[in-house]
Design a binder for this molecule. Structure first.
Ligand code: ZN
Ligand code: ZN
Length: 63
């Protein structure tokens, strides 16, 4: 699999080791709207790419 946050190869996990560690440290959070994980110090990437869809609950949760 590829890490959902940084795109690095992460074996059988959705997050790579580094991002897993950051998640534990609170540096990676889950977006409350679309559930996508992203760095805590940056806005959700989906919100930037498609604000309208994101406001309705996220691009990947259609309906
Ligand atoms: Zn990663
Ligand atoms: Zn989001």
């Amino acid at each position: 699999m590829k890490c959902k946050v940084c795109g690095a190869e992460s074996g059988k996990y959705p997050l790579c080791r580094e991002c897993c560690r950051k998640k534990e440290a609170g540096e990676i959070i889950k977006c409350p709207l679309c559930q996508r994980r992203h760095y805590a110090d940056t806005p959700c990437p989906d919100a930037r790419e498609n604000p309208a869809e994101h406001a309705r609950g996220g691009i990947r949760n259609e309906r």
